[in-house]
Design a protein around this ligand. Structure first.
Ligand code: BG6
Length: 301
């Protein structure tokens, strides 16, 4: 799979009139614009990044930061960054980019097609190349199927293209728009152990109460396949976050100081976002054999 770049060429090959077009998005980056009666969405080829998903008469489901970079080699802040093949800092080389190699590179469109009633499925691909091999010496192929309809479904499939086992971490690092994090709660992780990056990676056990937010929160919930429910009394809605093929759930809000410290994050935007991430990381890293494929999916209702 090679990156396909000309907008005219992309539209000739993949557009669906009135439903899917490839346009110049922020800073001219190619972006797939989906419009269906059930929802609209924007998907950048840069990082295979879903930057917008909205159903009629509802505020956007995803949070996008106005200060985001939209530049080759840099990740987009907000929406759904695709994380592969490591989560967080690289364990062996701190000079490598955080959260892997594919959120800051251009992917290729493989197909755009109707999917059942009112939904559209976009499939994007990315293959290992000379550049990725310099920091991750393995051959792999990624396919990412985003289905836009009444729900937003995102399925990342990793295939091992080398002749030895492939071990990787991955995440769908979804930023949700909330009315005010201080009034937002998350259900579904009751009784699950987590380690907290802001508390020296100590392990804690969640009680039988929903998660509430009163400070910087950066937690890896361990061995959970459960659905999370974001309850947002300010925007008066519930968002259900379901997943398959993922064993960790990361819950993140940077709060005041960290928000200020991030150059691509608007200083005072921390109250209106919350990340609930479908993750396989740490001792839940995945190992697949040559030619084997494995899929991780997140579905937002
Ligand atoms: C979360 C991590 O997944 O991503 C946090 O748990 C990190 O530790 C956050 O700060 C954002 O990462 P980045 O690289 O996009 O700034």
């Amino acid at each position: 799979m090679t990156a396909n770049t000309s907008l005219q060429d992309l539209n000739t090959r993949f557009a669906i009139p009135g439903v899917a077009a490839i346009v110049a998005g922020e800073k001219g980056l190619p972006m797939i614009q989906i419009t269906t009666p059930a929802a609209e969405a924007h998907i950048y080829l840069h990082g295979a990044h879903v930057a917008h998903y909205q159903r009629p008469h509802e505020p956007p489901i995803l949070y996008m930061d106005k200060a985001s970079w939209f530049e080759d080699g840099k990740p987009i802040r907000g929406g759904v960054p695709v994380i592969f093949p490591w989560f967080g800092p690289n364990p062996n080389d701190a000079s490598l980019p955080a959260h892997g190699l594919v959120r800051q590179r251009q992917w290729s469109i493989l197909s755009i097609a109707h999917s059942g009633h009112d939904a559209v499925a976009v499939e994007l691909g990315f293959s290992s190349n000379e550049q990725t091999r310099q920091s991750f010496p393995h051959d792999f192929e990624l396919r990412y199927k985003v289905t836009v309809g009444k729900t937003l479904s995102m399925a990342l499939t990793v295939t091992n293209k080398s002749d030895k086992p492939l071990t990787y971490e991955c995440a769908l690092h979804t930023y949700f728009r909330v009315g005010d994090i201080q009034f937002t709660t998350v259900d579904g992780l009751q009784g699950v152990s987590y380690y907290s990056k802001v508390e020296g990676n100590k392990v804690f056990q969640t009680g039988d109460h929903p998660i509430t937010f009163t400070a910087e929160t950066d937690r890896v919930y361990l061995n959970t396949r459960d659905v999370c429910v974001i309850k947002d009394p300010i925007l008066n809605r519930r968002i259900l976050v379901e997943k398959e093929g993922s064993l960790n759930t990361v819950v993140w809000n940077p709060w005041i100081a960290k928000a200020k410290a991030m150059p691509d994050f608007t200083d005072d935007a921390w109250p209106i976002m919350l990340c609930i991430e479908a993750v396989n990381s740490h001792f839940n890293a995945q190992t697949i054999q040559p030619a084997e494929s494995r899929t991780m999916t997140q579905i937002v209702h």
